[in-house]
Design a protein around this ligand. Structure first.
Ligand code: ZN
Length: 347
């Protein structure tokens, strides 16, 4: 697409990413089913995680969800509208059991916005906060949960168990951990996208400190596989460890840059009555420092992040901006302004 068509706002808009500036995503971000033509033919890919486990992963390579066959009905986890009724196709492909229970991971429409397709008779389980948010902003396509919990709950259908846990706000208030102990399968949505740098601004998370901590909360589970909500793959502990390392690199460089007196000439450059021109340059300049340091770092495997995580060359600058700002807002300001003028610069 022509640059002007892409960005008629010119210097007031976002520039176009040039394809040649970005390396190809690592091969491991593109599993075999993507090459087989299955998605083009069926619209989805479904996979039982562990033979006979009854835990299934469903994806269209952008969104994923999961379900459990219990012998007494299916427990569906989420209903991404982007996957939509292909979720039903996936369930029907492997079992005749009806969907009897639905677990909402969190209230976001892009993960449960097709939940009405499960029909009016299913039990819907979520965190109380998810219920309250859906009650506040009603959506007929996201029916209200019929059962809620606040800290921990166990769903047991025909002896098949799901342990639900809320550890506080992360990606959004009410986002829960959904653990299948018999299958050692954890569903934790919008924290880690296995094999990838997550989507813009830490997956548009609302509490970035909580979102960062959620990586450790995931690792506290004894899991073999993780369903993350996106996109081409389910993951393993190694994927969570990799993304945790990536995020912590951004955290560390954010601290580093916030403590440097960087770009002070930008205020002079902007001159009077252009305060937000200064601020835009100042904060983007600092985010660029964080991005550069993160992407040029030799990581624990000896590789660069662009070799380890799909999309890192595109998304790191958005995460850097968001993480740096969250650190500025959430963490200590140990160098606040002193009256003797001896305070170090801090944003
Ligand atoms: Zn979400």
């Amino acid at each position: 697409m022509d640059n002007h068509l892409f960005n008629p706002a010119g210097p007031l808009g976002f520039p176009k990413a040039e394809v040649a500036d970005h390396p190809a995503d690592p091969a491991h971000a593109y599993p075999e089913y993507l090459e087989s033509g299955e998605l083009e033919k069926k619209g989805y890919h479904v996979e039982e995680i562990g033979s006979g486990s009854g835990f299934y992963w469903v994806t269209n390579s952008f969104y994923d969800a999961a379900f459990l066959r219990t012998g007494q009905g299916v427990i569906a986890i989420d209903a991404p509208p982007n996957l939509g009724e292909f979720m039903l196709s996936a369930i029907e492909e492997v079992t005749d059991e009806p969907v009897t229970h639905v677990v909402y991971s969190h209230w976001h429409s892009d993960h449960i916005g097709a939940a009405a397709m499960y029909g009016p008779d299913v039990k819907i389980i979520s965190h109380q906060i998810t219920h309250d948010l859906l009650k506040r902003w009603p959506d007929p396509l996201r029916p209200l949960p019929t059962e809620t919990f606040t800290d921990e709950a166990t769903l047991d259908v025909g002896g098949v168990k799901l342990e639900l846990s809320y550890k506080g706000e992360n990606h959004c208030p009410g986002n829960i951990f959904i653990y299948a102990p018999q299958q050692k399968a954890l569903t934790a949505i919008d924290i880690v996208s296995p094999g990838w740098s997550v989507f813009f601004h830490c997956d548009a998370s609302e509490n970035i400190t909580g979102w960062i901590d959620a990586h450790d909360q995931i690792l506290d589970y004894d899991f073999d596989v993780i369903v993350g909500g996106h996109q081409t793959r389910y993951g393993t502990r190694a994927d969570v460890l990799a993304h945790r390392e990536y995020v912590h690199d951004i955290v560390d460089y954010s601290w580093e840059v916030l403590r440097e007196e960087v770009g002070s000439e930008l205020m002079v450059e902007a001159g009077p009555r252009k305060r937000w021109t200064w601020a835009e340059n100042q904060f983007n300049y600092m985010a660029n420092q964080v991005t550069h340091r993160t992407l040029t770092k030799e990581t624990s495997t000896g590789q660069k992040w662009t070799e380890r995580l799909g999309g890192a060359s595109n998304m790191t600058k958005y995460h850097a901006w968001t993480i740096m700002e969250s650190i500025r807002l959430h963490r200590t300001h140990d160098d606040y302004q002193r009256r003797d003028g001896k305070s170090a610069y801090i944003w």
